[in-house]
Design a protein around this ligand. Structure first.
Ligand code: SF4
Length: 109
């Protein structure tokens, strides 16, 4: 199942900065946890489509408060929200809107 966040993952890989997506370094226990969380999210996406599929706001670089509220309302009904939140939190993602929160290199809001 395609996840719109693949756009972010692909963009960061293309820029050679995927390390900043997975905050911890390879070999770090937290990196292993992030990989486990990614596999859990991927498994969830095989059974259920993410409600943000095709919605560009979820991968926007900037998001006004009203758009964040709208995105959060979508996440509140998403069948993969728990796995999405677990991945974003564990991997310390640095971009995009994940499970009710907007992430940047400074953290989540
Ligand atoms: S919880 Fe939100 S960001 Fe995560 S897959 Fe669902 S709709 Fe997308």
């Amino acid at each position: 199942m395609f996840c719109p966040h693949d756009v972010i993952l692909g963009r960061q890989q293309a820029h050679g900065c995927v390390d900043t997506l997975h905050g911890p370094r390879e070999g770090d226990m937290t990196a292993d946890a992030a990989d486990d969380a990614w596999h859990a999210l991927s498994a969830s996406l095989e059974d259920s489509a993410p409600l943000c599929n095709g919605l560009e706001l979820f991968t926007a670089d900037r998001l006004p408060d009203e758009d964040r509220d709208w995105c959060a309302s979508i996440c509140g009904r998403c069948p993969v929200a728990l796995a999405c939140d677990a991945y974003a939190s564990t991997a310390k993602v640095t971009a995009g809107f994940w499970a009710g929160h907007f992430y940047t290199s400074k953290g989540k809001t």
